[in-house]
Design a protein around this ligand. Structure first.
Ligand code: ARG
Length: 282
C-alpha cells in the first residue's frame, strides 16, 4: 500500500484571528522563518517514508497549512469540509479544486451541516469504523450524512474541552485495534464508547502534559509515529506496542492550535485505486 500525504507550505501561515484557545493573545506572534523551517523538517521527514503532494498556498489563508481540515477522503470519495468559522470557509474552494483536479469524486455535505474533515473524522485502521468528533467544529448531524455516503460505521465522540476542539488533537487510532487518547477531552458517554471498542490492553492513555504537547496529533506511517512531542513514559508505551517514534517539533504551529497530523492529509492507496478503475478517467 502506497501512502501519500497532502501538505501546503507555510508561506502564508500566521495567527491572524482567534478561533481556538491556543491562538488567544498570539495574533501576529508567529515566527515566519522558524515556522517555515519546522514545516520543511516535517515535509522532508514524511517524504522519506511516503510521497508528499503539495497544494499551492494562498495569501490571506493563514490556516490553509492545516490540510487535515480540507475534508474527508475515503478511497476515491472526497467529502469537502464546511468550516464553522468564516475565516476558514475561504479555504474551501481551493481544497475542492485540488481534489477535483486530482480525479477524486467530491460529494458535498448538506448545506446546513458543519464538518471539518479529517480533523474530526478518523478511521480505525483495518476496520470500517470511523470515529467522528463533534461539539466544537463538526455537527453531530454530520454522522448520518457520512454513514449514508460511505460504507462505514460512524461512532460519534463528544468533545468537551475547548483546547481539544478537533478529534485529531486528543485521539489517535493505531493499528490492530489500539488507540492513544486523552480521556478528559471527551464526555463520560464518549469515554465509555471508546472503552467499549478499545480493550484496556490496547489503550495508550495520555497525560495532560503529553496531550498539551499535541502527542495525539501524530502522523502514522507503517509503524512509525511522527510527533511533536512525547514524554519518556509515552515513548516507552509506544515502543512496547511496536512503534518507532520520530519527534519533529512544530511548536510554531501549536500557536494556531495544530501540529504534525493537522499539517497533513493522508491519501492512502488512492493511486492504486485510480489505477484499478475506482477513479474517473483522466
Ligand atoms: N487554527 C486552526 C483552526 O482552529 C487549526 C487547525 C488544526 N487542525 C486540526 N486538524 N486539528 O481551525
Amino acid at each position: 500500500m502506497s501512502t501519500r500525504f497532502l501538505m501546503c507550505s507555510a508561506e502564508y501561515f500566521s495567527v491572524d484571528y482567534v478561533i481556538n484557545p491556543w491562538m488567544t493573545g498570539l495574533i501576529g506572534k508567529t515566527l515566519p522563518a522558524l515556522a517555515r523551517k519546522q514545516w520543511t523538517d516535517l515535509y522532508q521527514t514524511l517524504n522519506q517514508m511516503a510521497r508528499v503532494e503539495l497544494i499551492d498556498p494562498r495569501p490571506n489563508l493563514p490556516d490553509q497549512v492545516f490540510t487535515a481540515n480540507a475534508g474527508l477522503l475515503h478511497k476515491n470519495i472526497f467529502i469537502p469540509s464546511r468550516f464553522r468559522h468564516r475565516q476558514r470557509r475561504l479555504e474551501e474552494p481551493w481544497f475542492l479544486s485540488w481534489f477535483e483536479s486530482h480525479k477524486f469524486e467530491a460529494v458535498p455535505i448538506a448545506e446546513e451541516i458543519f464538518f471539518e474533515g479529517s480533523g474530526d473524522a478518523l478511521l480505525q485502521p483495518g476496520t470500517d469504523l470511523l470515529w467522528m468528533g463533534y461539539g466544537f467544529r463538526t455537527d453531530l448531524k454530520a454522522r448520518a450524512f457520512l454513514e449514508d455516503r460511505l460504507p462505514l460505521r460512524v461512532l460519534p465522540l463528544r468533545l468537551v474541552d475547548p483546547r481539544f476542539y478537533h478529534l485529531d488533537v486528543c485521539f489517535c487510532p493505531l493499528l490492530d485495534g489500539w488507540a492513544m487518547y486523552y480521556p478528559p477531552a471527551f464526555d463520560a458517554e464518549s469515554q465509555r464508547l471508546l472503552e467499549a471498542h478499545i480493550p484496556p490492553e490496547k489503550r495508550i492513555i495520555l497525560s495532560e502534559e503529553d496531550a498539551r504537547g499535541f502527542a495525539c496529533n501524530a502522523v502514522l506511517i507503517g509503524k512509525t509515529l511522527v510527533m511533536n512531542q512525547a514524554g519518556a513514559g509515552l515513548q516507552r508505551a509506544l515502543m512496547d506496542a511496536g512503534y518507532r517514534v520520530e519527534i519533529v517539533s512544530v511548536d510554531e504551529f501549536i500557536k494556531a492550535g495544530g501540529a504534525n497530523k493537522c499539517l497533513t492529509m493522508a491519501i492512502d492507496d488512492s493511486e492504486s485505486l485510480l489505477g484499478s478503475g475506482w477513479g474517473r478517467a483522466a
